[in-house]
Design a binder for this molecule. Structure first.
Ligand code: UVW
Length: 327
């Protein structure tokens, strides 16, 4: 979180999250004292079937960005892109000491050194907190050395399946991409859906397109200059709306799913706290929504089945993922 301050303005007079969110709604305890998947509990079998009922053509789209893109991998300031290292390749079998397998088998092996939030990813519910408590009220000390509570393992075990809706905010605003620090609200999401010809329903998985990361591929240096992504911006009404709509999952094509620095209060990432920590809404970040958005613009269908399976990584704060949309 400190990185946002390092890369932006410092707001020493910003309120503490405890004060900003003092009266904010909470889902702690709603699914029992041991819950680790939060608002994904809203995705019941009936919700899976509701998603399936929106399949028309059978077209599929994958939402993950390439890991190791030759153009670079966009990451939150302070994180580094994944590094893939070759362990075995054809040259490994040249020397006299090379292993020999009966029959002459050769193979290639490699490994990945990666921030688990350094590519298209699911955040575990225990990824972000304030005031010494993570999701469901667990002590933040349970994160020391690995997440004993609300790690991504629980999200991986459950999987995420439901009705997805694409909210193409860039097209809605008539832009190729939203601008640095540009904000929008839940009311803008509803207006976007209306313009697209549908509504946002309870339990929808919201997939919001800004196309902001196109700027990363154009000029990485200026992308990180005074870093502030566009996105949803905090208000008590917006948090109440997510609560009332029982939104299980917010998916975007930005690195952190909300405007980096709240322009009103100067707080970094308040929606991570209000939505993830307090309501148990899972966040999915750094998606590539371009092919999906082009398809939706062509056929006018913005609702579909959304399926995602984060990896089951013990005690981890997040996991790379390649969500699939079926239209
Ligand atoms: C931070 O938590 C800083 O970012 P993200 O949600 O993108 O992982």
């Amino acid at each position: 979180m400190g990185h946002a301050h390092d890369h932006g303005h410092t707001h020493d007079d910003a309120p503490l999250m405890e004060d900003l969110l003092r009266n904010a709604p909470s889902n702690w305890g709603r699914w029992g004292p041991d819950d680790e998947v939060g608002a994904l509990n809203f995705l019941t079998p009936a919700e899976v079937l509701r998603g399936v009922s929106h399949i028309r053509s059978g077209e599929t789209f994958t939402l993950q960005r390439l890991i190791g893109d030759p153009r670079g991998d966009p990451v939150w300031p302070g994180r580094t892109p994944a590094e893939r290292t070759m362990v075995f390749d054809e040259s490994s079998w040249d020397g006299p000491d090379a292993p020999r397998f009966p029959g002459g088998l050769h193979y290639a092996d490699d490994k990945l050194d990666a921030f688990l939030q350094g590519s298209t990813q699911y955040d575990a519910l225990g990824h972000v907190w304030y005031g010494g408590r993570i999701w469901n009220g667990y002590d933040a000390r349970t994160t020391v050395g690995g997440l004993d509570k609300a790690s991504v393992e629980a999200l991986g075990a459950r999987g995420i399946v439901g009705r997805g809706v694409l909210l193409d905010m860039a097209r809605h605003r008539g832009k190729a991409a939203l601008e640095r620090a540009e904000t929008f609200t839940h009311e803008d999401l509803m207006a976007c859906a209306k313009a697209q010809g549908h509504t946002i329903e309870k339990h929808d998985i919201l997939i919001v397109r800004t196309n902001f990361l196109s700027g990363f591929y154009e000029d990485q240096a200026s992308f990180y200059d005074d870093f502030c992504e566009p996105g949803l911006t905090y208000s008590p009404e917006l948090v109440d709306w997510f609560h009332a709509m029982e939104i299980p999952n917010l998916v975007t094509d930005t690195i952190a799913n909300e405007v980096t620095m709240d322009p009103v209060h100067g707080v970094a990432l308040p929606l991570h706290c209000a939505l993830m920590r307090n309501l148990g809404v899972t966040l999915t970040e750094i998606c590539d929504l371009e092919a999906l958005a082009d398809s939706c613009a062509r056929d006018g269908r913005y609702t579909f089945l959304y399926v995602a399976a984060p990896l089951k990584i013990h005690r981890a704060t997040g996991s790379p993922v390649n969500p699939v949309v079926i239209k």
